[in-house]
Design a binder for this molecule. Structure first.
Ligand SMILES: C[S@@+](CC[C@H](N)C(=O)[O-])C[C@H]1O[C@@H](n2cnc3c(N)ncnc32)[C@H](O)[C@@H]1O
Length: 264
């Protein structure tokens, strides 16, 4: 198993618990776009199905692709609890967003919660975008979402020298408390951050049961780098936002969101 496939080995188990408390605000945005453009939808880096399942519940056919079998296995477990019509609308594929080949074109291609940033190599980034553009229907839309780098924040993180800081906590299905700590080390020449997640699981008496650590590398792009990358990969930017509330990229925000269609 490559390092990419194993990066979320602990996080796969904790992902939904952690992000339920983090309250990502992207779902209404994706549901609204899906209602406008319809399916079939391809979700690249679908993970545990946080977005996949609500899209399927809303009546859309979704192909959920991910490189990490542990994440897709969480999706399958959740899907098994859905009504049969929802289950029938989702198909899962283990594969890479860089070189997947599907015998279908899609009305929407999504990559929610910054999945593109797992691609560290510029050649992989270009291959991924060209590949997904080839899988877009003529009137289809692709939504790019990535972190909008805040350099003051990154410089502060660099100053911490890799120290762990408390991040989030949740109570798991066994009633144990899981505390997540993160360590973010930016490397400015390569535009990459090494992110360590440490999960500490304690029982109701406060006894520490387990410590797990995941290491993830993520590459950031500036606003214009992202836009040029999309445009040079056969995509035309139709709308650009700095957040899921559709704020402009000219005001402070955490996201770089581009809604694109095939160029020409
Ligand atoms: C931050 S998670 C996002 C999961 C989900 N889309 C969500 O919004 O909750 C990023 C996902 O991208 C997947 N991933 C990373 N590199 C990938 C690649 N090359 N091809 C496909 N999936 C990849 C990871 O396994 C992980 O599940």
């Amino acid at each position: 198993m490559s390092s990419l496939e194993s990066i979320y080995s602990a996080s796969a188990r904790h992902y939904d618990g952690v992000y339920a408390s983090y309250k990502l605000d992207d779902l209404p945005f994706y549901l609204e776009l899906a209602a406008r453009h319809g399916g079939p939808i391809l979700e690249l880096g679908a993970g545990t199905g946080r977005v996949t399942i609500p899209l399927a519940r809303a009546g859309h056919q979704v192909t959920a692709l991910d490189i990490n079998p542990a994440m897709l296995s969480q999706l399958d477990t959740k899907l098994a609890q859905e009504p049969s019509d929802v289950r029938a609308r989702v198909s899962t594929v283990i594969g890479s967003m860089v070189d997947f080949k599907l015998e279908q074109r899609f009305s929407m291609i999504l990559m929610p919660f910054r999945g593109f940033q797992h691609l560290l190599d510029p050649a992989d980034q270009r291959a991924c975008l060209k590949n997904l553009a080839a899988h877009l229907a003529d009137e289809g839309r692709y939504v790019f979402d990535a972190y909008n780098p805040n350099f003051e924040f990154l410089v502060k993180k660099a100053g911490l020298g890799g120290a762990f800081v408390p991040d989030l906590e949740y109570v798991d299905a066994d009633g144990n408390t899981v505390r997540r700590f993160n360590s973010i080390t930016p490397h400015f020449p390569t535009q990459c951050s090494t992110v360590l997640f440490r999960y500490e699981t304690s029982d109701s008496a406060g006894r520490l049961l387990q410590i797990e650590v995941d290491r993830i590398h993520m590459r950031w792009q500036s606003r214009w780098e992202a836009q040029y990358l999309l445009e040079l990969s056969g995509l035309e930017v139709e709308a650009a936002y700095g957040g899921f509330d559709r704020r402009s990229l000219d005001v402070p925000g955490t996201e770089l969101i581009y809604v694109c269609r095939r160029a020409g």
